[in-house]
Design a protein around this ligand. Structure first.
Ligand code: C2E
Ligand code: MG
Ligand code: MG
Ligand code: MG
Length: 293
């Protein structure tokens, strides 16, 4: 009986693996088809000045509008896209679409000078054509290179710092800026931060969650904010969900934030509406100040 049970288990395992392999094959074909069929879309989440709450930029976040499964979040397909290498054409699409959208906003909306942050997967950054792709997108979309922020993950900082630094330097030579995403979760040696060509630190939301109650988290974030100011890096606090977290960050002189408390990632049209409204309100304010003077 024990033997039979063992055999059953093996079969179960095989069936399960088989099913998963099939699912992945299906999803892989799906991803290529999705790209060809235009099923990917970008949502835009504002990055705001914590003092004025005005958006200074947006982060482009990928979504898959699947014909049967509805809107699929990136964590359900980006890892597979990365494994299969499809992240390279998908990532190229993301960069082009995000830059084209924000170039248009900057052109058409009076007073608009927002930045656009785009997530770059490790495999993309390692791709030998990436630099050329970025250059091409900058040229095609006409966006000011300094308005483009490439977000890389902290895990990359564990790689050979010389190779990484050279790669980032070449990108920066195009005029774009580099952000370290999910900062604090990886294993980066702090000493690398000083030598790597980096412009922005994005504090991972696990440190922001509970910042108003947990003194250790508070101390950690305070440390990152102060490190940022010493190294002349911009610091963005990710995942701000309520007023108390926002207050806490403002008190420690953290300048920029992003999170559901300010806005969720929004479809393009809605992000544009929010941006226009915020710029109009700012215009009204300065007009009111002018009248008072
Ligand atoms: P990320 O780059 O750290 O992006 C921030 C994530 O946090 C987004 O999830 C956003 O919706 C979520 N978020 C923002 N504010 C809050 C908040 O207040 N509370 C909570 N709980 N979450 C918040 P999303 O859009 O599901 O993206 C997840 C991850 O997928 C991203 O993390 C990024 O690593 C990856 N990703 C998204 N778009 C792309 C892309 O175009 N290319 C690549 N390679 N990765 C992408
Ligand atoms: Mg990001
Ligand atoms: Mg992030
Ligand atoms: Mg994060």
């Amino acid at each position: 009986a024990a033997k039979e049970g063992g055999k059953d288990r093996v079969e179960l395992f095989d069936t399960d693996m088989h099913r998963r392999v099939l699912e992945r094959l299906e999803l892989r074909g799906d991803l290529q088809r999705a790209l060809d069929a235009g099923e990917f879309e970008l949502h835009y989440q504002p990055i705001v000045d914590l003092e004025s709450r005005a958006p200074v930029g947006f982060e482009a976040l990928l979504r898959w509008r699947h014909p049967r499964r509805g809107l699929v979040p990136p964590l359900e397909f980006v890892p597979l896209a990365e494994e299969t290498g499809l992240i390279i054409p998908i990532g190229r699409w993301v960069l082009r679409k995000a830059c084209a959208t924000v170039a248009r906003w900057r052109e058409q909306i009076p007073g608009c000078d927002v930045d656009i942050s785009v997530n770059v997967a490790p495999r993309q950054l390692r791709d030998e054509h990436f630099e050329r792709d970025v250059q091409e997108v900058l040229r095609e979309t006409g966006i000011a290179p300094s308005a483009v922020v490439l977000e890389i993950t902290e895990s990359l900082l564990a790689e050979d710092p010389k190779v990484l630094a050279a790669r980032l330097e070449r990108l920066r030579a195009l005029g774009v800026r580099i952000a370290v995403d999910d900062f604090g979760t990886g294993y980066s040696a702090l000493s690398h931060l000083r030598t790597l060509p980096i412009d922005v630190l994005k504090v991972d939301r696990t440190f922001i969650d509970g910042i108003d109650r947990d003194r250790e988290k508070e101390a950690l974030v305070r440390g990152i904010v102060s490190l940022g100011s010493t190294l002349r890096l911009e610091v963005v606090a990710e995942g701000i969900e309520d007023e108390r977290q926002a207050d806490c960050l403002r008190r420690m002189q953290s300048q920029l934030g992003q999170g559901f408390y300010f806005a969720r990632p929004l479809p393009e049209k809605e992000a544009e509406k929010l941006l226009r409204a915020s710029l109009a309100a700012r215009g009204d304010e300065s007009a009111a100040t002018d009248r008072k003077l």
